[in-house]
Design a protein around this ligand. Structure first.
Ligand code: F3S
Length: 383
């Protein structure tokens, strides 16, 4: 492949993976079964990124394993309704077309595991998008490093990845025990716990004790926040995640930290500003069917016109539409958009200033973008 027998694109992209493997002293390459590609929003890619993607497609790059896409910068159908500028929409359309030419599924979601792209336990995969990486490593027990857009495309096209990092048993062991002393009641509590943990541990793999019985939604929120404030790519939860049992043997000598109610409250306060009339933005990571059902139940019969935006994937949107949840949210004046989210859409350029959310990841990035944020639970917003 390196010699060009499978075309110039595969050779060039394999060179990238080999170089990466050399940097990390990988012994060899391994086959990977699935790829999830980030770097899709035109906001982040710009013309330079689009040009690079176009070059790969022109050179004949084609995915040889299942490859899905992270969110784009807009709902691909309803971008006008979002207020996305025409020029941006044109650039975004070209990005998606280029990925499609390379055989990548235009799923445009950060929760591919909610729409049937679910890697098996122990499988080697190449996923980008830090929240999806955390979910696949921790909850599914698949094996990936925190990949970047170009390396995931390279893995999609070559079917390979360099064997280092979280692909190896020894690097999947925990480096610290986190004793949870706070009562975790809502998805936002798990998000707060993840944010505090990431801040304290950086990239160290945590072994949580006292997580209770988190729902799928709470686990996606926990991982997203861990990955945002620190860079955690894998966490274990005692009696919760599939590798935790075998990891118990390694925890005795580890550093211990405890996280209590006050730690969580402190982080909520830090990302909460007094706001006058914020738009509530939900769905970071992209909403599940259960979350859309909950939102629909809470807004039914209310007037949320211009006050609520929810983000999800096309797959989940379809299921929620069938179940009647989308109709209820939209009848209340809320908007449910697909393909994008509050962080990758050009909200600032669209004139937004204030937002309320239940996601620490969203609040973190929106604060960095210069928006004022408030954190609260879904119940806080609608009660
Ligand atoms: Fe997903 Fe966007 Fe949040 S990509 S994890 S909804 S920042």
């Amino acid at each position: 492949m390196l010699a060009g027998e499978e075309g110039p694109a595969a050779a060039k992209l394999l060179e990238l993976l080999v170089a990466l493997g050399e940097v990390f002293e990988a012994e060899r390459l391994v086959p990977v079964e699935s790829a999830h590609i980030s770097g899709v929003s035109y906001k982040n890619l710009g013309e330079a990124g689009l040009e690079w993607l176009g070059e790969q497609a022109d050179l004949g790059a084609r995915a040889r394993i299942r490859a899905t896409l992270n969110p784009a910068g807009m709902d691909m159908d309803r971008w006008r309704e979002m207020g996305v500028p025409e020029e941006f929409a044109e650039g975004q359309r070209r990005v998606i077309e280029t990925f499609e030419r390379m055989g990548v599924e235009p799923t445009c979601t950060c929760t591919p595991y909610l729409i049937g792209h679910v890697p098996e336990f122990g499988s080697q995969i190449a996923w980008a998008e830090s929240s999806a990486v955390c979910f696949s490593n921790s909850v599914l027990g698949a094996r990936t490093n925190r990949e970047a857009g170009p390396t995931t495309l390279a893995s999609a096209v070559t079917g390979l990845a360099a064997l280092y990092g979280y692909r190896l048993d020894e690097n999947r062991r925990p480096g610290a025990v986190v004793d949870v002393e706070a009562e975790l009641r809502t998805t936002m509590d798990y998000s707060a716990l993840g944010y505090v943990t990431g801040k304290r541990l950086g990239t160290t793999v945590p072994y949580f004790r006292g997580l209770g019985r988190p729902s799928l939604e709470s686990m996606k929120a926990l991982g997203a926040a861990c990955a945002t404030s620190g860079g955690i790519a894998l966490w274990h939860g005692e009696e919760v995640t599939p590798e935790a049992g075998e990891m118990k043997a390694f925890i005795d000598s580890l550093e211990r930290l405890s996280v209590g109610e006050d730690d969580l409250k402190e982080e909520v306060a830090r990302l909460t500003k007094p706001l006058r009339d914020p738009v509530i933005v939900l769905g970071c990571p992209h909403s599940s069917l259960g979350e859309l059902a909950e939102i629909a139940g809470l807004v039914e019969g209310r007037d949320m016109a211009g006050k609520l935006w929810v983000f999800t994937s096309r797959g989940v949107y379809g299921e929620a539409e069938e179940a009647g949840h989308i109709g209820v949210i939209e009848a209340a004046g809320g908007r449910v958009f697909r393909d994008t989210c509050m962080v990758v859409a050009p909200l600032k350029e669209m004139g937004w200033e204030e937002v309320a959310t239940n996601s620490f990841k969203a609040a973190h990035y929106m604060t960095n973008m210069g928006l004022r944020t408030r954190l609260g639970t879904i119940m806080d917003f609608f009660s």
